[in-house]
Design a protein around this ligand. Sequence first.
Ligand SMILES: [Mg+2]
Length: 257
Amino acid sequence: MEAEYNLAAGRIKDILSFLKENDNLDQVPLYVLDVDETIFQIFSEHYRVWEYWIANVEWIKDLGVKSKDWNTFIEGGGSKVYQENFDSEEFNTLNGFNTHSPEFNQGLKLATDLEEVLEIIRPLIACYLTTRPESVKKVTSAELEKNNFPNPNRVICAGENGAYLGGPAFKLRKLQLMKVFFPNRKIILIDDDVRTCQVINEQNDPLMQAVIFEGAATSKKEYPEASSWKDVLKIIAQELEPFYSSVLLQMLSSLIL
Ligand SMILES: [Mg+2]
């Protein structure tokens, strides 16, 4: 597996430096990254904070949220308690505090292997598309910058309240808008939300695609295409290969004609 990854990483580096030398980098597919659970590991932090509140804050104790939910979360690999409690008022009240809190969104851990993969795919990253609300846009950019992401100020948030439930429609709209600004460029979203990826891929648009990344809340039933960032890199290498061939062909035919 590691050899396969190293091969793909080397290939991406070669292709990108060739395209750069020949001024074709502006044709390359653009990657748009989701933020929560694709870049930053956030659910483990939500539940750590949740557990603290349940134990220490009087009015939250009164909401009746049981601390056993934390154990279910750990045992269920992350997604079970989230799915079971997602629609409850208590869950949303607690989550809402975190969602709008700049402090909460600071210092979150990066997804595994992302730092290493980022160095290789950096020229491909166009922007960040998140259902986070505008209230944490600044801190999101600052954290991306701190972690050495390209274009850290290009964070598209989902308005005053965020768009958790309306996430798939929101992201589809934004990607369609991006297509207007980048005509003939393929735009690819990496996102841990299965429904979002489905909605985008159901469009059957050859210039718009989504890749399911397996985050802590991604349902295992859906067989994510990438269970790690190293898998994402391999998928990107597969995407770049035919693009590189077509650029070569164009160059050759312009020499012949
Ligand atoms: Mg996400």
